[in-house]
Design a protein around this ligand. Structure first.
Ligand code: DHB
Length: 510
C-alpha cells in the first residue's frame, strides 16, 4: 500500500522536462524561517528550497535539494547533508526536523542540506516528447526512473551542485558531512567511499550534473545496508547457528548451508587485517565479531547498563557486585554509542541486574547471543536479500532496485541467479558494483572521505554484523579515521546518541 501511494505521488506530480538550462542559485532568494528544537531552543535560519541539481530533469519530484543556513553561519561553516532514503526508495527533499540530526545540526550552527533522490519506486508516465526521445518507449508507458544506480548519482549531483555554488552560498562545500540510515546509511557510505571515481562520471554528465568534484569530508552511516552481493552469504554464515535456522524446510536449509559455505572464501578475498596486523579468515572471524559485541556491552556496562548474563555473557569474578566501587568511572552514559535504550537503564540501588557479577565481560556464547537477537525480531527469509527464486521465494526490495526502467525485478547474485538458471548481465553486474561502497575503497582513482562514523545496532538483524564490520575494517585498513561501534542493544535504527555524534563532528571540524 505504502509502495503504491509513493508511486502515485511521484507520477501525479511529474512535470515534463522542467528546469532545463544552466544550474541556478540566487543568494537573495532565501526565506526567513525558524525551528524550535528538542531542548526548546529556537533557531533562526534562511531557507533556500527547490534547487535543481541537474539540468536534465527527467523527474522533477525528487531532483532538487533544500538548503538551510542558520543565523551566524559563514563561508567556513561545515555542511551537514542528510539523506532520508529508506528501503532504497525515492526520497523527496525535506525540511529539517526538530527531533532528529537535522534540527540538532542547525542548533549546532551547521548549514543543513536535504537533497531529494530517486529510488526503486519512483516513476513517471512517458509523454509524447519523452517517448520520442527514448527508443522503445511508448507514450503513456510507466517508466521507473530510479533503479540502480540512480539514487547515488542524484546524491553525487547534489554534492557537485554545492561545490558549484560554494562561493555564492554560505557553508563550506569542502567540509560536507553526509548522514543517513539503513539504505540511507548505504547512500552516505557511497557518498563517502566513491568520491570522484571516474566510473560514475559519464552517467553524471548525461544527467547534467555540475562538472565539479563530488568527494566529501566525512560520512555518518547508521546501519548501512551495503555489500548487497555478499549480504546473503554473511547472513547465513552468521545466523545458521540460531535455532530459527534449524526449523527451515530442507530446501531453505540447503540454501543456508550453501550460502554459509561461501563465507570463508569471501572474507579471505577481502584481505582485511585486524588492528594487530593479523589477517581475518574464516577461522578467526567469529571471534572478531564476538569481541566487537563484548566491547559494545562493556562500554554500556561501564556507563551503567545492566547486562544480563542470560544473553550469553561471562563476567570476571572480582571487583563487581553490590559493594564494588561505582562502575561508571566518570564516563557519561551517552558516550561511545552507549546511550542506553529503555529497558537497559541502570538498576536503582546500585545492584547489577539479576545477580552480582564482576566488572569485566570475559566471554560471550555467540550462539546464545544470536538466539537473543533473533528473539527480538524474526530473521529475514533465505536468501535474505537476493531472494527472488521462481515459485519459491518472493522478490525483495533489492531485486526491484537492480531491475530496470520497465519495473521488473531481477537477480543480482551468482548464487540466486543460478537457482533460476538466469545469467547476470554485465549491466546488472556494473550496477551492483556502483551501489557498493566496498568496490572503490582500494581504487586509487577514488577520493575517500577521511572521517567516518559508523554505527550498527548490536541486535540489528536487517543485515548481518560482518557487513558493517567489514566496511569499517576496510576503511581502517585504508588509513581512514573510523569511529565504529555495534551500538549496544540497538535495533535497526538511526540518528541516535546525537550528543556523541555532534561531539565527534565538532572534533573532526576543528
Ligand atoms: C532497509 C532495510 C532493509 O532490511 C533492507 O534490506 C533495505 C533497506 C531500510 O530500512 O532502508
Amino acid at each position: 500500500m505504502k509502495k503504491l501511494f509513493a508511486f502515485l505521488i511521484s507520477v501525479s506530480f511529474y512535470i515534463v522536462a522542467s528546469a532545463q538550462g544552466a544550474l541556478q542559485f540566487d543568494s537573495n532568494a532565501g526565506v526567513k524561517s525558524s525551528i524550535v528544537v528538542y531542548d526548546g531552543t529556537k533557531v533562526d535560519f534562511m531557507a533556500y528550497e527547490r534547487l535543481f541539481y541537474v539540468t536534465n530533469v527527467e523527474d522533477s519530484v525528487y531532483r532538487f535539494l533544500n538548503v538551510y543556513v542558520p543565523e551566524g553561519a559563514t563561508q567556513k561553516t561545515p555542511i551537514f547533508l542528510r539523506t532520508y532514503v529508506g528501503g532504497y526508495m525515492a526520497s523527496p527533499a525535506a525540511q529539517p526536523q526538530a527531533g532528529d540530526a537535522t534540527g540538532r545540526a542547525l542548533k549546532e550552527g551547521y548549514v543543513v542540506v536535504i537533497p531529494g533522490s530517486r529510488g526503486r519506486n519512483s516513476a513517471i508516465v512517458a509523454d509524447k516528447a519523452y517517448a520520442k526521445a527514448h527508443k522503445g518507449v511508448k507514450e503513456g508507458q510507466t517508466i521507473y526512473t530510479g533503479r540502480a544506480p540512480q539514487a547515488i548519482l542524484d546524491l553525487k549531483a547534489a554534492i557537485r551542485y554545492l561545490r558549484h555554488f560554494d562561493k555564492d552560498m554560505l557553508g563550506n562545500a569542502e567540509c560536507i558531512i553526509t548522514d543517513g540510515t539503513s539504505a540511507g546509511g548505504a547512500m552516505s557510505a557511497l557518498m563517502g567511499a566513491t568520491g570522484n571515481n571516474p566510473e560514475y562520471a559519464d552517467l553524471l554528465k548525461d544527467m547534467g550534473a555540475a562538472d565539479e568534484r563530488d568527494d566529501v569530508f566525512a560520512s555518518v552511516c547508521y546501519c548501512p545496508i551495503i555489500d548487497l552481493e555478499h549480504a546473503d552469504i554473511a547472513y547465513e554464515w552468521l545466523f545458521q547457528q540460531t535455532d530459527s535456522r534449524q526449523d527451515l524446510d530442507d530446501l531453505h536449509k540447503g540454501y543456508t548451508q550453501a550460502l554459509a559455505a561461501l563465507f570463508p572464501a569471501y572474507i579471505e578475498s577481502l584481505r582485511l587485517r585486524k588492528s594487530d596486523g593479523t589477517m581475518l579468515t574464516g577461522d578467526n572471524y567469529l571471534d572478531y565479531i564476538k569481541n566487537e559485541i563484548i566491547r559494545s556491552a562493556q562500554i554500556a556496562k561501564n556507563a551503567g547498563a545492566d547486562i544480563p548474563d542470560s544473553l550469553g555473557f561471562s563476567f570476571s569474578n572480582s571487583a563487581g557486585g553490590m559493594f564494588a566501587a561505582p562502575i561508571n568511572g566518570g564516563m557519561r552514559p551517552q558516550m561511545q554509542g552507549g546511550q542506553l535504550p529503555q529497558g537497559m537503564r541502570p538498576v536503582r540501588g546500585g545492584r547489577m541486574g539479576s545477580r552480582q557479577v564482576g566488572e569485566y565481560i570475559t566471554d560471550l556464547d555467540m550462539k546464545k547471543y544470536l538466539n537473543y537477537v533473533v528473539s527480538t525480531q524474526t530473521l529475514k527469509g533465505v536468501p535474505a536479500f537476493d531472494s527472488q527464486i521462481e515459485d519459491i521465494n518472493r522478490a525483495s526490495g533489492e531485486n526491484d532496485l537492480f531491475g530496470d526502467w520497465s519495473g521488473n525485478s531481477v537477480n543480482y547474485t551468482d548464487f540466486t541467479a543460478k537457482k533460476n538458471n538466469a545469467t547476470l548481465t554485465d549491466a546488472i553486474r556494473q550496477n551492483v558494483k556502483l551501489m557498493n561502497p566496498m568496490s572503490f575503497i582500494d581504487d586509487s582513482k577514488t577520493t575517500i572521505a577521511p572521517h567516518w562514523y559508523i554505527r550498527h545496532g548490536a541486535r540489528d538483524r536487517d543485515t548481518a554484523f560482518p557487513v558493517p564490520v567489514n566496511f569499517a575494517t576496510k576503511l581502517q585498513n585504508a588509513g581512514k579515521n573510523v569511529n565504529f561501534l555495534l551500538a549496544w542493544n540497538r535495533p535497526h535504527s538511526g540518528d541516535y546518541a546525537l550528543d556523541e555524534l555532534f561531539e565527534w563532528i565538532a572534533l573532526i571540524c576543528k
